[in-house]
Design a protein around this ligand. Structure first.
Ligand code: ADP
Length: 154
């Protein structure tokens, strides 16, 4: 099924000058960029976004880290894009992430782990709605589509 998913390029990625490289990883995978913008996150929106971590001792520290610089918010689209992007991203702790994954290639940290990626269809829908207005997502045709997928894959 063709899905949209939310990716946040975190402040560590901005500061380390890795935005272009990380965007390139998603582009060369074959995903379609449906939306992209730079924003400054706030404690309020992060409290919503990371509400599943609210009882953790590192909750405030993670939120503070996400506010230290602006972030790039992306919507990537493709067949089974939510799982495909999570697989490309790798597990949370960069030190344990396999080489070849984004976190495995660029991160030495649990917290400073380069990207956020939605983890299920339910969270992708909620997170896209949280960060993008409908008119900020574009439905242009990906002309390479028949070269990225076989016709029975979508
Ligand atoms: P993921 O981003 O892989 O979906 P979570 O939703 O569990 O992981 O956590 C959100 C973010 O909080 C992580 O990406 C990471 O930046 C931070 N985080 C999670 N667990 C820890 C931890 N044990 N120590 C430090 N930071 C953490």
């Amino acid at each position: 099924m063709i899905e949209k998913t939310l990716v946040i390029l975190k402040p560590c990625t901005m500061q380390r000058g890795l935005i272009g490289e990380i965007v390139n990883r998603f582009e060369r995978k074959g995903l379609r960029l449906a939306g992209m913008k730079m924003i400054q996150l706030t404690d309020e929106i992060l409290s919503e976004h990371y509400s599943h971590l609210s009882t953790k001792p590192f909750f405030q520290r993670v939120k503070d880290s996400m506010m230290t610089a602006p972030v790039i918010i992306c919507c990537w689209e493709g067949v089974d894009a939510i799982q495909a992007v999570r697989t490309l991203t790798g597990p949370t702790n960069g030190r344990l992430a396999a080489p070849g994954t984004i976190r495995g290639d660029y991160s030495m940290s649990y917290q400073e782990n380069i990207v956020h990626a939605s983890d299920s269809p339910e969270t992708a829908a909620i997170e896209l709605n949280r960060f993008f207005k409908p008119e900020e997502l574009f439905e242009y045709k990906q002309v390479t589509f028949p070269y990225i997928y076989a016709c029975d894959e979508y």
